[in-house]
Design a binder for this molecule. Structure first.
Ligand SMILES: Nc1ncnc2c1ncn2[C@@H]1O[C@H](COP(=O)(O)OP(=O)(O)OP(=O)(O)O)[C@@H](O)[C@H]1O
Ligand SMILES: [Mg+2]
Length: 291
C-alpha cells in the first residue's frame, strides 16, 4: 500500500500553494505540520482528487488517482477542514446519508454506522440532531463518516482544531485506534497532536516539505539552538523583540526564558534539549509568517 507523490504542484496564478512535492507515503500516521497558509489543505485536496494539480502525479499502488476514479474514492476517507454538517440531521441519519453518497448498501450502511457511532462514543445520542452537538462531538461524527468505507487512505484536515484538551486527547486516541493498516495523513498546527500519534512528521512551509522524519529525527535538526536563561524581568520586553522566545516563567524578580537561537543568546544561557514546539517556533516565528 503506497501513495507516491511526484513533483506535485498547485499554482494559483503565479503563487505556488504546493510547490514540487515528492514523497512516498506507506502504512502509518503522518502528521502534516505547518502554519496558516503553508499549503496543508491544498495538498490534502489534491490527495483527495478534489483539486487538480498544476503539474505532478499522485499514484495509489501504481495507479494515477486522476484516472483511477471511483476505485480511488472507495479506498479514501476524508474529513475536510470546513466540514459541513447538516444541523437538522440526527447523527445516525447523517451517517446513513453519507453511506448512500459513498454507494454503500443499505443493510451494510446501518450496521457500519451503528458500529462507528459506538466506537466514537455517540451511540447514545444517535437520534439527537447534530445542531445540539458540541464541537468535539461533531468532529467525532466527522471521523466516523470518513471511516464508513473502511478506507485505506484516511485524510484528516485539522481534526482537532477548536477542541478542548480533553476532547483533543480523546480524538487523538480515536485516530490511533482507527489507523491500523492505513495511510493516515493528519494536518495540524498543534504540535502536541502530531507528537503523540504521528510516526512521521512532515513539516510544511510555503508549499514545500522542509523536514520529514520521525519526531526525534527532525527535532535533532535544531540541536544546539535552544537555550534557557534567567534574566531580570525588566529586560524581557526588549529581549522579546530581539529573540525568538518560547516559554517563559517568572521566578520573583527574574524570568526564565527559553530562547531559540543559532548562537548562545547571552552569557548565562545554557543549552537545553530541543522539543517539537521549539522546532515549530524555529521555523514558524511570527515575523517569518508576516512576510
Ligand atoms: N482558491 C485559491 N485561490 C488563490 N489562493 C489560494 C486559494 N486557495 C488557497 N490559496 C492560498 O494558498 C495558500 C495555501 O492555502 P491552504 O489553505 O492550503 O493553507 P493551509 O496550510 O491549509 O492553511 P490553514 O492552516 O490556515 O488551514 C494560502 O496562501 C492561500 O491563501
Ligand atoms: Mg488548511
Amino acid at each position: 500500500m503506497e501513495l507516491r507523490i511526484e513533483h506535485l504542484t498547485k499554482q494559483y496564478g503565479s503563487f505556488f500553494a504546493v510547490n514540487d512535492i515528492n514523497i512516498v507515503l506507506t502504512r502509518g500516521v503522518y502528521g502534516l505540520l505547518g502554519a496558516n497558509g503553508a499549503g496543508k489543505t491544498t495538498l490534502m485536496r489534491l490527495l483527495c482528487d478534489i483539486q487538480t494539480p498544476t503539474c505532478g502525479t499522485i499514484r495509489y499502488d501504481g495507479q494515477d488517482i486522476r484516472t483511477y476514479g471511483d476505485h480511488y474514492r472507495n479506498v479514501l476517507g476524508y474529513l475536510p477542514q470546513d466540514f459541513g454538517y447538516y444541523p437538522n440531521f440526527t447523527a445516525l441519519k447523517f451517517l446513513l446519508y453519507m453511506s448512500a453518497i459513498k454507494g454503500l448498501s443499505k443493510g451494510f450502511a446501518m450496521q457500519r454506522s451503528l458500529e462507528l457511532l459506538e466506537e466514537v462514543g455517540l451511540l447514545q445520542v444517535k437520534d439527537k440532531k447534530i445542531k445540539t452537538f458540541s464541537g468535539g462531538m461533531k468532529q467525532r461524527l466527522g471521523i466516523a463518516q470518513a471511516m464508513l468505507n473502511d478506507p485505506k487512505v484516511l485524510v484528516l484536515d485539522e481534526p482537532t482544531a477548536g477542541l478542548d484538551p480533553k476532547e483533543r486527547v480523546r480524538f487523538r486516541n480515536l485516530i490511533s485506534s482507527f489507523s491500523q493498516n492505513k495511510i493516515v495523513l493528519l494536518s495540524t498546527h498543534i504540535v502536541s497532536d502530531v507528537e503523540y500519534i504521528a510516526g512521521d512528521i512532515l513539516v510544511m512551509k510555503q508549499g514545500k516539505f522542509i523536514h520529514e522524519g520521525r519526531p526525534d529525527e527532525i527535532i535533532r535538526s535544531i540541536d544546539g539552538k535552544v537555550w534557557e536563561c534567567s534574566v531580570p524581568n525588566a529586560d524581557v520586553p526588549s529581549l522579546e523583540r530581539s529573540y525568538n522566545i518560547g516559554n517563559m516563567r517568572m521566578e520573583g524578580a527574574s524570568t526564565v526564558l527559553r530562547v531559540i537561537n543559532e548562537e548562545k543568546p547571552m552569557e548565562n544561557a545554557v543549552s537545553v534539549s530541543p522539543n517539537l514546539e521549539d522546532l515549530y517556533l524555529y521555523y514558524f516565528n511570527e515575523e517569518e509568517n508576516m512576510k
